[in-house]
Each structure stands twice: as structure tokens, then as C-alpha cells.
Design a protein around this ligand. Sequence first.
Ligand SMILES: Cc1cc2nc3c(=O)[nH]c(=O)nc-3n(C[C@H](O)[C@H](O)[C@H](O)COP(=O)(O)OP(=O)(O)OC[C@H]3O[C@@H](n4cnc5c(N)ncnc54)[C@H](O)[C@@H]3O)c2cc1C
Length: 364
Amino acid sequence: MNLRDAPDEAAFREGVRAWLADNLPAEPGKEWSRKLHDAGYAGLTWPEEYGGRAAPYSHQAIALEEFARSGAPQHMNVIALGMAGPTIMYHGTEEQKQRYLAPMLSAEEIWCQGFSEPGAGSDLSSVRTRIEPKDEHFLVNGQKVWSSLAHLADFCILVGRSDPQSQRHAGLTYVIVDMHSPGVEVRPLRQITGEAEFNEIFFTDVEVPRENLLGDVGSGWQVAMTTLLHERGTLGFALAGVLESQVNKLVALAKERAADDPIIRDRVAQEWVELQALKLMNQRSLTTLMQTGIPGPEGSGSKLRWSEQNQRLTKLAMEINGGEDDGYWGYQQLRSRGNTIEAGTSEILRNIIAERVLALPRSR
Ligand SMILES: Cc1cc2nc3c(=O)[nH]c(=O)nc-3n(C[C@H](O)[C@H](O)[C@H](O)COP(=O)(O)OP(=O)(O)OC[C@H]3O[C@@H](n4cnc5c(N)ncnc54)[C@H](O)[C@@H]3O)c2cc1C
């Protein structure tokens, strides 16, 4: 593939940069998300009838890269745009697409993801939350954990067990839950950074209308796989953009505090090299996405490399600072701990790469 921007891509990139120059700095939140939507930068690749711009994936990649590079806050509805929306587009009915997609882009309705449970994280097929089919609705009982944004969310994409006799991947069902329904209780969890970005969610006899089913009863595993491929697959460009601005900050710090130290210079240069490798890997994922419309397992490689590099790089910055927290790198170090756990731990991603990218024999 050609790694340089084609003329339409170069023009689009210029447009994004000009818009950012006029609209930054900005505060994260609903207002900023709405502004992104009004300017056409939310749901770039989504069909126009659902509020998107029907733009090619290459434009989406450019926008993610430029936004991250500029330090602009993200659209707050990350789970809706990155996961719930693409899943509804793939598995949803026309009524569901008409009902849910546009308000995601404008951040009128915020979404969270209810996959992990106290006894099911890496192994999603162990979920125990009950999604019991009744005549008119599903009855949901159980507990989810680590649900980012649940304290702000209007809807949750939920995976649970509809057949209590079933084992593992069979007998799972995927529904959309209105977070304002009676019986839904959200309890925030405090992280090592002191913030509370994620939550426990308790479901007690929550009635979910039949029309909120995504896919078929019992086919929840297949629907969930679409969500997870998108979770890891389309974030790569944003991650590389964030990392690029981190590497630039690291270089500036090293110049200021350790310019004469050859070992530090070498380690900083290595981080720059790794960044270039990540960018090339993202181009490979983009090729798959442009050819098939679905992110491939290569996205797991980008997420793995990015999260491990971000941890290493923030540690190096702390070292250059002599272990002192200057208010920036200390926070970055603590927050980066979660990066190798969320959206698949490093061990799980290595298994995926071994089996599905390198076609090595299964480990179990
Ligand atoms: C910041 C953050 C945000 C999150 N947001 C959400 C969210 O919005 N919604 C949601 O549903 N979840 C969310 N999660 C949860 C996340 O998906 C899980 O933490 C993750 O899947 C790991 O599951 P676990 O914590 O249960 O660990 P476990 O699965 O119990 O794993 C424990 C350890 O065992 C290792 N391990 C497990 N299985 C294997 C194996 N087969 N081979 C090798 N090693 C293995 C793991 O790598 C890990 O080191 C979030 C997590 C974080 C940190």
C-alpha cells in the first residue's frame, strides 16, 4: 500500500488541522462531543442515513491520528462509537439502527459495555449474568464489573447466559439495556489514579424488551466477537497519535534533563523507533479494514505494542525526572497500568496473535 496521503487524503488532513487550530483548546464532555458531531468528525465512516459521513476508512485513520496528535479530548461516547455502534450496524435490525445510531454520534445518549464479571474477564464465555427469555421481555439478573462510563450511561451492551444448562460459548445472548430501567444499580470503583472511570453494575429483575435483542437468542458469542474485533481493531490510529505526542514530550524532557546521558539518549531513540514500527503495523491493519470492512486480528498487535510501550515510556520519563512526579508523568504512569489489562490483557493478545495471525497451534 502507498504510505503517503493521496490528494483527497492530504486535503482532508489539512481540513482537520485547520479545524483543530480554530477549535482548540477544548474541555472533554458532551459539549465538545456535540461539536465534533456538528463538524462531521463523529462517525466519519458510518452511513449518511445514520448520521455519519460515509467517508473511507483512510479518512477515519487520518482524523484519529490528527486529533490524538493535537491533544484534543476524545469524543466522550467511545464505547458507542468504537463498539456498540459498529455491532448494531452489523447485527441490528433496521429499527434498532434508526433508533440508536444517530444519538450516539451527537452524544445525546451515552453507552457502556457490560461484558466483564467478577468471575469472567479474559474468558468471556464464563459469564453468569442471567438473560432469561420471557414472553414479552428478557429478565436480567447478575453483576458486571469494570464498566467504563456506566455512571454516565443511558444504555449498556450486555452479554449474559440465556440457557442456564449451557456451557461456555453456547447459550449466550446479547441485549441492549436501558440503564434507567428499574433494578439497575451502578456503583463507581476508584482506580489507582484516584479517578472513578469504571463501575460495578448490579441487575436485579431488570425487564428488557424483546426488541432490544441483538442477533438471536443463543448467538450472543458471535455478536460479542464483532464488538471485540472493533474494540481492538479501530483504535490503533488514535493510540499511535497519543503515543507520538508522548514520545515528543519524552524527547523534550530528555533534552532538558539528560541531554548528555548516552544511555538515556539511546533508550529515548528506541522509543521513537518503536513508534515508527507501530505506525507501520497500523497501516497493515488499515489495509485489512479497507479490504473487508471488518478489523482483522492484527489490531491485537497494535494494542499490545502500544500499551506495553506506553508503560515503558512513562517509566523512563519518571526515571529521567529522578523519580519525582512533576504532575504529568506520575499520572501517566499510573493510568498506563490499566492499558495492558483493558480491551484484552497482554497475555490474551499474545495468544490471539499466535493463533490467529501467526497460525501457531492452539495452546489449549
Ligand atoms: C481501565 C479499564 C477499563 C475497563 N473497561 C471495561 C468495560 O467498559 N467493560 C467491560 O466489560 N470490561 C472492562 N474492563 C475489564 C477488562 O476487560 C478485564 O479486566 C480484562 O478482560 C481481564 O479480565 P480480568 O480482570 O477478569 O482478569 P483475568 O481474566 O482473571 O486474568 C488474570 C490474569 O490471568 C491472565 N490470563 C487469563 N487467562 C489467560 C490465558 N488463557 N492465557 C494466559 N494468561 C491468562 C491474564 O492475562 C491476567 O494477567 C476494563 C478494565 C480496565 C483496566
